[in-house]
Design a protein around this ligand. Structure first.
Ligand code: BG6
Ligand code: MG
Length: 218
């Protein structure tokens, strides 16, 4: 039995662009420059850690109250983007892959740093595919720590070495590798070179490839 673990933002739904816009606006507002390069380092990273990194880049110190206020502001901005989100924001061929894995009786889990994950899955109508959902509300150590994925394996009752992780973030690939799972990058091969395999998106992944993950010995 295998367990297939999906990251959410940037793998299942195209929300990575909304996180980027919300962080960029916030950073610029407090006088810190924010580039796509910096954004790459925030992918897969929790909200708290992301703001800490931004403040570090800008060499800025703020009070705890200001920190909390900025976190709320970023999340409110982000939520305004996802409020109207629908099934058309599911990334290409994600539904096809979920349907295929589920037709082959594979276990499926979500492994996301987001505290908004459950709400987003509901909005795009994908909740029913998941045997386990591990999100930012359940973990204490952010990716690249493997906690989120190891927790998903436990909840699916699958050994870590029989788990396959789909990730768009460098921190997520590192977390999957640290968990001793097969890591599959979704995105740019130059960025995700630490992954066992990289695909631009799910349209490039054949059913044959999925079959080999399901039955590696065949
Ligand atoms: C990750 C995203 O999935 O979740 C990060 O890649 C984001 O960009 C993190 O910061 C936390 O998300 P949220 O929704 O709890 O702010
Ligand atoms: Mg992601």
């Amino acid at each position: 039995m295998n367990g297939f673990i999906f990251d959410l933002d940037g793998v299942i739904v195209d929300t990575a662009k909304y996180h980027y816009q919300a962080w960029k606006q916030l950073a610029n507002k407090i006088g810190i420059e924010f580039s796509l390069d910096k954004n790459e380092q925030l992918k897969g990273v929790s909200r708290v850690e992301s703001l800490k990194k931004i403040l570090h880049w800008g060499q800025k110190t703020i009070s705890d109250d200001e920190f909390t206020a900025l976190m709320t502001e970023k999340n409110d901005h982000y939520l305004s983007f996802i409020e109207t989100m629908q099934e058309d924001e599911i990334l290409p061929d994600v539904s096809k892959v979920l349907n295929y894995l589920s037709s082959k009786n594979q276990k499926i889990a979500l492994g996301s740093a987001s505290k908004n994950a459950v709400g987003i899955l509901e909005k795009v109508n994908l909740t029913q595919f998941f045997d386990a959902i591990v999100d930012g509300n359940q973990v204490t150590h952010a990716k690249p720590d493997p906690e989120v994925f190891l927790n998903a394996a436990i909840q699916m009752h699958v050994q870590p070495e029989d788990c396959i992780v789909f990730e768009d973030a460098v921190a997520g690939i590192q977390a999957a590798n640290a968990a001793n799972m097969v890591s599959i990058g979704i995105g740019d091969v130059d960025v995700l070179h630490e992954a066992d395999y990289v695909f631009k998106d799910f349209t490039e992944m054949s059913l044959d490839f999925l079959d080999k993950l399901i039955n590696p010995k065949k």
